[in-house]
Design a protein around this ligand. Structure first.
Ligand SMILES: C[S@@+](CC[C@H](N)C(=O)[O-])C[C@H]1O[C@@H](n2cnc3c(N)ncnc32)[C@H](O)[C@@H]1O
Length: 449
C-alpha cells in the first residue's frame, strides 16, 4: 500500500545518533537593554537563532515583552525569555527522545510579529474598547499598545476608534444584542513590490474586516457602515501620506453565539485581493479564509519544510485552508501531485487565485477538496508519499490520528526494525504517546511566536 510509505511532516525523519540541540540567541548589547525599553516593533530581524551548542548569554530581560497590557490581556502568556519559551525545552526533549537530532527553532520577530488579529469591540462610541477578552471573562481589554501586533494594526485600531467617535458607531452589547460593530479583523500585507524589500515589512497595509450586527447590507444601519468604511479609506487610504488601509470588508453577523463571523461577506473599498509572499510563492488570502498570524515565522517554517519533501513527491495537505503549504511545496518541490483538504468552502477561491500565479508542471496534479478530514481519513492518505497536517488548536481529529498512527507505525517498522530492533520502535511510539498526552498535539503556533 503506497500510503504505508508516507512521511508525516510534523515529525522530521529519524537520524542516529541522537544529540541534544541547544538554541542560542544573538541580540543587542546588555547596555542597550538596561534602559528597559523594548526595541521598536518594526526594527528588522531583532533576533537570530543558531544551533551552536553554547550556553545562552542572553538575560531574560533582553528578550522581554515590556507590554503594559500584559497583566490584563489574555493574548500573551510569556513576559520574559521570549526567545526560549518553556515549551521549547519540552520540544527539544521530545524530539531527542525519539531520535530526531535536527530539530531547530526560529523565533523570528519577538515584537510586532502578529500580522493578523481578530479583536472584540465593546464599550461605547466615545470610549470604545478594542481588544481581547480578559482571561475567563467576556470583559474586553483595550490593547492600543499591544507589542505583539504589527504596528500597522495598532495604527488602524486607533483610526477606527476616531471614526467610531465621530460617526457615533455603537459597539456591540452582548447582553442586549444591540449595537453595530461586534468585532474587527485586521490583516496586514507586507508584500509591496513598489518598495525596497527592506522597507516592506514596516510599511504593511491593513485589510480591515468589520463584523457588523445586521443580517445584510440592506439593513437600516448600512448607511453607518458605509460611512465608517469611507472614513477609514479617506483617512488611511492611498491619498494620504501614509497609506495604511489596504481594503475594507464587511461581514454580517447577528447570531448570539460566540461565533465571530457570519456567512455573508462584502468587499466595500480598496483592493479586493490580498496578496502576501511566503514560502517562495505569492499567496492570496480572503478575509473569510484562515491565514497564519505570524507571516515571517510561517515563511521560515515553509522554507524548512520544503527541505524534507523529496522532488516529485505526492503530497496531501490536510486542514489546508487556502492551500498555502501544499502550493508552496508544489512550486518548490515540483510535486507530482498535491491534494489540499479543507472544510471551509470559502478558502477555495483563495486557493485558485494562488494556484493561478504558479508555474506548475503540466504533468502535476494540483487540487483542492472541500471535505472533513475526520471522515474516512484513509482515503486521503492513500497514495501519498508526504502527509502534511496543520489542524486548528483543538488538535487532530481522533479518526485521523488513528489513521496516521497506523501509517507511521508501518513506516517506522519498515525503517527501523533492522536498525534498532523492536525496542527502538517502541521507544519512538512511547515518545509520541507522551507528547500526545501532555500536549494533545504539536503546538506549532506557540513554538513560532
Ligand atoms: C490552523 S488552520 C491551517 C490552514 C493552512 N494549513 C494554512 O497554513 O493556512 C486549520 C484549518 O483547518 C480547517 N479545518 C478545521 N477542521 C477541519 C476538518 N475536520 N477537516 C478539514 N479541515 C478542517 C480550518 O477551517 C482551518 O482552515
Amino acid at each position: 500500500m503506497a500510503a504505508a510509505t508516507a512521511t508525516l511532516l510534523s515529525l522530521p525523519s529519524r537520524a542516529a545518533p541522537p544529540s541534544l540541540t541547544f538554541v542560542t540567541c544573538r541580540t543587542t548589547s546588555p547596555s542597550a537593554i538596561s534602559r528597559l525599553s523594548p526595541p521598536p516593533p518594526s526594527s528588522p530581524t531583532p533576533l537570530l537563532l543558531s544551533q551552536e551548542p553554547k550556553t545562552n548569554p542572553i538575560s531574560s530581560s533582553s528578550c522581554a515583552l515590556y507590554c503594559r497590557h500584559f497583566q490584563s490581556c489574555s493574548g500573551c502568556t510569556h513576559e520574559y525569555n521570549l526567545h526560549q519559551p518553556p515549551i521549547l525545552a519540552e520540544a527539544i526533549e521530545f524530539f531527542r527522545d525519539v531520535g530526531v537530532s535536527n530539530f531547530t527553532f526560529d523565533t523570528c520577530r519577538l515584537w510586532g510579529w502578529r500580522c493578523r488579529a481578530k479583536l472584540a469591540v465593546r464599550g461605547s462610541s466615545m470610549n470604545p474598547l478594542i481588544g481581547l477578552y480578559e482571561e475567563g471573562t467576556h470583559n474586553v481589554v483595550d490593547i492600543p499598545e499591544c507589542k505583539a501586533h504589527h504596528p500597522s494594526i495598532n495604527a488602524a485600531v486607533d483610526l477606527l476608534k476616531q471614526a467610531m467617535a465621530e460617526l457615533n458607531i455603537e459597539p456591540y452589547d452582548e447582553d442586549q444584542g444591540t449595537g453595530e460593530l461586534r468585532y474587527v479583523q485586521m490583516a496586514v500585507t507586507t508584500y509591496n513590490t513598489s518598495l525596497p524589500a527592506s522597507e516592506r515589512y514596516k510599511n504593511g497595509k491593513v485589510q480591515v474586516a468589520l463584523v457588523w450586527n445586521s443580517r445584510n447590507e440592506s439593513s437600516p444601519s448600512s448607511e453607518k457602515l458605509n460611512a465608517l468604511a469611507n472614513y477609514l479609506w479617506r483617512k488611511g487610504g492611498p491619498r494620504r501620506e501614509v497609506h495604511l488601509i489596504h481594503s475594507v470588508w464587511a461581514n454580517f453577523q447577528t447570531s448570539t453565539s460566540n461565533v465571530i463571523f457570519g456567512n455573508r461577506w462584502r468587499h466595500l473599498l480598496g483592493e479586493p485581493d490580498f496578496w502576501e509572499h511566503v514560502g517562495g510563492i505569492d499567496v492570496s488570502i480572503a478575509p473569510s479564509s484562515f491565514g497564519q498570524a505570524n507571516t515571517r515565522a510561517f515563511d521560515s517554517l515553509l522554507r524548512k519544510l520544503q527541505k524534507y519533501v523529496p522532488y516529485g513527491a505526492s503530497v496531501v495537505d490536510l486542514y489546508a485552508g487556502a492551500g498555502v503549504i501544499g502550493l508552496s511545496l508544489a512550486a518548490t518541490r515540483k510535486c507530482r501531485s498535491v491534494k489540499c483538504v479543507e472544510v471551509n468552502k470559502e478558502a477555495k477561491q483563495s486557493f485558485e487565485k494562488t494556484a493561478s500565479r504558479l508555474e506548475i508542471d503540466m504533468e502535476s496534479s494540483i487540487s483542492w477538496h472541500q471535505a472533513d478530514t475526520s471522515k474516512e481519513p484513509h482515503s486521503w492518505l492513500m497514495g501519498s508519499d508526504v502527509i502534511v497536517v496543520d489542524p486548528p488548536r483543538k488538535g487532530l481529529d481522533q479518526s485521523l490520528l488513528v489513521a496516521l498512527q497506523s501509517v507511521s507505525f508501518m513506516k517506522i517498522k519498515h525503517n527501523l526494525s533492522e536498525r534498532w530492533g523492536y525496542d527502538g520502535i517502541l521507544q519512538v511510539l512511547r515518545g509520541r504517546s507522551k507528547w500526545k498526552r501532555d500536549h494533545g498535539y504539536f503546538e506549532k503556533e506557540r513554538l513560532l511566536c
